[in-house]
Design a protein around this ligand. Structure first.
Ligand SMILES: NC(=O)c1ccc[n+]([C@@H]2O[C@H](COP(=O)([O-])OP(=O)(O)OC[C@H]3O[C@@H](n4cnc5c(N)ncnc54)[C@H](O)[C@@H]3O)[C@@H](O)[C@H]2O)c1
Length: 443
């Protein structure tokens, strides 16, 4: 009965979708449901964020264009979207999707407290007939062990009869709008798994209303593990190429040229680019979830462990190399000034979480090296006791710095203008590889 009622509500777009956690994952998801005609509720504990979204930026950034494009989503529809920090709204939802952070503790163990706290907060407002989907990245087994157990033991639901539980990992590529990516939310296949076949089918049906391809699997463990593999794969390969960068440096071989050559093989080789280290909420964190879970099975995953360590090591290596160049070029002392260019953890995004640039900030601050940064996507930053504002992307200003330290190369950067307006460049990514004339150090 509940299955059919919810399925019909999804078909007729009468279902109300509540997204919990309006961050990089949750907010675009909510917008997509809204675009496709669903009533939406956005819940976030960050009251300031709710305020910003509700009153100012959200309407300007998202609704204006949606309304212009889709007249049928009239202003009337606009009123059917609610943002709040109040969990009582969960009682009005048919579908609840959790997009909460899954960080690690200082000792690197998984921290699921945000998910368990959220479950406790929504507990009184959950009711029969609802569907709960988890999109956060978690170790295999978590959906059933944590959410399933909670729904059965605490709420006494009969999952797949009077309540539905889904795990569907997020795959959004967090690239800045208008950069021209091939894959977006709509055309990136989405994996959907459920507590049972019924749950999987209902979840897949729901997601099929907002995106092109849903890939079903019957076990939530499979879906959880697939997300782990995607991120560990990146961690391991980035670590490998970063290790090769350090080796090539010793061997006086140009890693970028070598990778270009290897990349001409049309099969069996995928190119990963070396850099100053890894960042973001996924690659430096998620592998710890699997590493830790493996221990519960008495298994030590060498690859995961060594990859995490190597990716930390390469940041330290880049710092040391930078310091050596400073010594050689007499930079970093009183009177000299360095500009860090691009501080996000990868190009064309507006996210500095775990970015290696933050390690550079700390290192420079500790050694009293005078520095500014320039990143059009991060206008100001507060990290530990460091508060900085980005300088404008005005290339003429670059002349006043003794060195430009390229940490991330956004597409909007004009390489020629940077080259022509800089005294010295330290490039951690091979961004200026084609430019040989100026004083450029590749590390
Ligand atoms: N960012 C990505 O590109 C990406 C990609 C794939 C998967 N993921 C995974 O998705 C999950 C969410 O990541 P994100 O990047 O969107 O995180 P985020 O930090 O950008 O957003 C999370 C939001 O949740 C809110 N929040 C925290 N606790 C809450 C609570 N108890 N109730 C309500 N709101 C709460 C925070 O205020 C924040 O706004 C993580 O597990 C992450 O690993 C992220």
């Amino acid at each position: 009965m509940y299955y059919k009622i919810l399925k019909d509500k999804i078909t007729s777009r009468k279902a109300t979708v509540a997204i919990i956690g309006l961050g990089y994952v949750g907010l675009p998801l909510l917008i997509q449901f809204y675009r496709k005609g669903f009533n939406c509720i956005g819940i976030d504990i960050d009251k300031k964020k709710i305020d910003d979204i509700y009153k100012k930026k959200f309407e300007k950034n998202y609704f204006e264009s949606i309304i212009k494009k889709k007249r049928k989503h009239s202003v009337k529809k606009l009123k059917q979207i609610k943002f709040s920090s109040n969990y009582t709204l969960i009682s009005k939802a048919d579908i609840i999707i959790m997009c909460l952070p899954t960080p690690i503790y200082k000792n690197k163990k998984p921290n699921l407290s945000l998910i368990t706290n959220s479950l406790n907060k929504m507990s009184n407002f959950l009711k029969k007939g609802q569907l709960l989907s988890l999109e956060s990245t978690v170790a295999p087994g978590t959906t059933n062990k944590v959410l399933g157990k909670f729904l059965q033991d605490k709420k006494k639901f009969k999952i797949s009869e009077d309540f539905f539980l889904i795990y569907s990992p997020e795959r959004e590529n967090p690239v800045i709008k208008n950069i021209g990516q091939k894959f977006n939310f709509y055309n990136t296949p989405k994996i959907c798994s459920g507590y049972s076949l019924k749950c999987t089918n209902l979840g897949a049906y729901m997601y099929s209303k907002i995106l092109k391809t849903v890939v079903k699997t019957n076990s939530t463990k499979n879906a959880e593990m697939s997300k782990m593999i995607e991120n560990v794969y990146r961690s391991v390969n980035i670590a490998f190429v970063n290790e090769l960068k350090m080796l090539c440096h010793k061997m006086k071989i140009d890693i970028h040229e070598v990778l270009k050559l290897a990349g001409t093989k049309p099969f069996g080789f995928t190119k990963f680019k070396p850099g100053p280290g890894i960042g973001g909420h996924c690659i430096p964190i998620d592998p710890y979830y699997l590493l830790h879970e493996a221990k519960n099975y008495n298994f030590y995953s060498k690859f995961i462990d060594i990859a995490l360590k190597t990716n930390e090591e390469v940041t330290k290596w880049c710092l040391k190399k930078t310091q050596k160049i400073f010594l050689k070029e007499n930079i970093g002392k009183k009177g000299s000034k360095v500009l860090m260019l691009g501080i996000t953890y990868k190009a064309n995004i507006d996210d500095v979480r775990e970015s290696p640039a933050l390690k550079f900030f700390e290192y420079f601050k500790k050694r009293k090296i005078n520095f500014d940064y320039c990143d059009p996507y991060i206008l100001n930053i507060k990290h530990k006791n460091i508060h900085k504002k980005s300088i404008k992307l005005n290339y003429k200003l670059f002349k006043s710095y003794n060195a430009i330290l390229l940490l991330t190369g956004h597409n909007i950067f004009n390489k020629n203008k940077i080259i022509n307006n800089s005294n010295l460049i330290i490039d951690t990514r091979g961004f200026f590889k084609k430019y040989k004339k100026k004083k450029i150090y590749f590390i």
